[in-house]
Design a protein around this ligand. Structure first.
Ligand code: ADP
Ligand code: ZN
Length: 605
């Protein structure tokens, strides 16, 4: 009975209050307990931390956790402490007595997990101290930071392999990341491991995230409407510019939503204050640039909205991945327009990267455009990019609202002939004016009303033609010049369609969305409870907020949303019944059980 794996099972329940492993966790925990070196590639929210926390508690010896961000460490240490685990971090933003306490625990060999930033680990005094501290395992979080391929490259990560050897000869190492790229994975193995580790790759499917895209049409109104379908819930709205971050925060606030801006141009104090509010208060919506990123470890973000197209498919996946880490239903919406597509292309071409890197970047962007214009299930399209085959998901806009397709060869030919007959020198609005037979000043000036293409598209409205332009662009049939006023040309592939050698299918623009506003797939547990239970849920949230404020920790460190929802649906009447609720281990039961039980009892049945 006392083999390490069954000990780990017991701890899963008694310390963390979880009934079962999430997919992938058990194999990794077993490999770590067997002493293997491991690279774990798992999507955000899949529960990577547990893969080293559980072995750290189940075995003797200290586990050193390397993590790039102090805020992230603080939350993890807080959550572990709340579960009764001796964990600590050493960093410059700690009070001196906090560091002294951690060092004391370390010396007495009572500390189970020590969190460090890579810079701190690299200090000679740290290495020396750890060499004496009976370190059993080094866990390297956000391991993709070691790769020059990623956007999060941190040079200090390059030293981690050799530091591990200085601390413990062949110190057992587990590296963890949510970045799925093959080149990044290769880099991690090269740079962090002396011999190739066991590699575990988990499915990148996050079935609880609803996926949706919409063409931009007055984006601030669209964002407000979306945020209003999530009253009182935490969310993130990503924007491409600081100005837009500020504007949207104002629009949302004017619309009655508790929104705060976050971008690198704000004072650090303001940024920190806003981030703390987001982490600790219920229902704050952060409008942010991507500067608001890796540090977010909040499990109950209920929606992510992209007010502008993300940089590429990787960025998209990472950013929407910040919603619904607790596994409950969460909603995403990405708005996109031709200007966005052009901006993202420009950013790649004008960047400093090598040609090889630019090629990768273009592919990643094209994959996102293909996703935006996807003809069928978005999740299938997204997972196909990560090399996974899957069935239609039932939890994306295309699965739920359906999409009609038609043979678009003639439409494509009309667009392309307008492009070619005007010498591939004009932008979209002018070309659409020609198709629609509008005698605008420019049309008359260039005598384009005399072209045979003039007025061949009067059967469609301008918005429809714009959608068709985007689709042809996403299919690679037409291309937009980045420098010269966005003029369009026909690609080689496009010429084949123009000459009638191949036919193409296009999407009619999305039918009006049905009334349903949330994913209802079986895989996505509901985040909301019935109206009758709302009051109890509200009371439990109030108690949670009070406790969180008193202890200066985020609300979810006390109890996750899922725990509160289960308290509402199960209404436990005794401490032992409470112990069966998700997320309630021995330590939390002791600390908070009585207070929450009282609230539940007061609501009776
Ligand atoms: P990642 O680092 O992979 O993004 P985390 O380790 O932060 O994910 O875990 C995400 C959430 O899932 C956390 O709230 C965590 O408590 C929860 N979690 C982890 N493992 C389990 C499990 N076996 N059962 C239930 N919840 C879990
Ligand atoms: Zn789908």
């Amino acid at each position: 009975m006392s083999d390490p794996l069954s000990t780990a099972h017991g701890l899963l329940h008694s310390v963390f209050g979880f009934n079962a492993f999430r997919p992938g966790q058990e194999e990794i925990v077993r490999a770590v307990l067997d002493g293997e070196n491991v690279l774990a590639v798992m999507p955000t929210g899949s529960g990577k931390s547990l893969c080293y926390q559980l072995p750290a508690i189940a075995r003797p010896g200290l586990t050193v956790v390397v993590s790039p961000l102090i805020a992230l460490m603080r939350d993890q240490v807080g959550a572990l402490a709340a579960a009764g685990v001796a964990a600590g971090s050493l960093n410059s933003s700690n009070e001196p007595d906090q560091n002294a306490r951690v060092l004391g625990l370390l010396r007495r060999r009572e500390l189970r997990l020590l969190y460090l930033a890579p810079e701190r680990l690299a200090r000679p005094d740290t290495v020396e101290m750890l060499a004496e501290a009976n370190v059993a395992l080094m866990a390297i979080d956000e391991a993709h930071c070691v790769s020059q391929w990623g956007h999060d490259f941190r040079p200090e990560y390059l030293a981690l392999g050799s530091l591990a050897r200085q601390i413990g000869g062949r110190l057992q190492t587990i590296a963890l990341t949510a970045t799925a790229d093959a080149p990044t994975r290769g880099d991690i193995i090269d740079k962090l491991f002396a011999v190739p580790p066991r590699v575990f790759v988990r499915s990148f499917d996050r079935p609880n995230l609803r996926l949706a895209f919409k063409p931009k049409d007055r984006s601030s109104r669209q964002v407000l409407a979306f945020a209003r379908t999530h009253p009182g819930e935490s969310g993130i709205v990503y924007c491409a510019s600081r100005r837009k971050v500020e504007e949207l925060a104002e629009t949302l606030r004017a619309g009655g939503i508790d929104a705060l801006p976050y971008h690198a141009g704000l004072d650090k104090a303001v940024r920190d204050r806003h981030q703390d509010s987001f982490q600790q208060r219920d229902g704050v919506v952060m409008t942010a640039t991507v500067a608001f990123g890796m540090g977010i470890d909040k499990p109950d973000v209920r929606f992510v909205c992209h007010a502008d197209l993300p940089a590429n498919v990787e960025a998209y996946y990472q950013e929407i991945g910040r919603a619904g880490r607790d596994g409950l239903a969460a909603d995403t919406l990405t708005l996109y327009g031709l200007d966005d597509m052009r901006l993202r292309r420009l950013q790649i071409e004008q960047g400093e990267s090598s040609d090889e890197r630019k090629r990768t970047e273009r592919q990643r962007l094209n994959a996102l455009l293909a996703l935006a214009e996807a003809p069928r299930c978005r999740r299938q399209t997204l997972l196909a990019y990560f090399g996974e085959l899957s069935e239609p998901c039932g939890n994306c806009d295309l699965c739920q609202d359906g999409v009609e397709r038609f043979d678009g060869t003639i439409e494509a030919q009309k667009i392309m002939s307008a492009i070619v007959r005007t010498g591939e020198r004009f932008g979209m609005e002018h070309l659409i004016a020609i198709l629609c037979g509008d005698r605008t000043d420019n049309v008359l000036r260039f005598q384009h009303e005399q072209l045979p293409t003039f007025g061949v598209g009067t059967d469609r409205r301008a918005v429809e033609w714009r959608s068709l332009f985007r689709q042809l662009s996403a299919l690679g049939l037409i291309a937009q010049d980045l420098m010269e006023h966005g003029r369009w040309s026909v690609t080689e592939e496009g010429w084949r369609v123009l000459k009638g050698e191949t036919r193409i299918e296009l999407r009619k623009d999305l039918a009006v969305p049905k009334a349903s506003r949330r994913g209802r797939s079986a895989a996505a547990p509901m985040a909301v409870v019935g109206d009758a239970d709302e009051a109890l849920l509200g009371a439990l949230k109030t108690l949670r907020s009070k406790l969180a404020q008193a202890q200066k920790v985020p609300a979810y460190v006390i109890f996750s949303d899922r725990t509160l929802i289960e308290l509402v649906t199960h209404r436990p009447a005794s401490p032992s019944a409470m112990r069966e609720i998700h997320g309630i281990g021995d330590s939390k039961l002791e600390r908070y059980g009585a207070a929450f039980l009282e609230v539940v009892r007061n609501f009776g049945r």
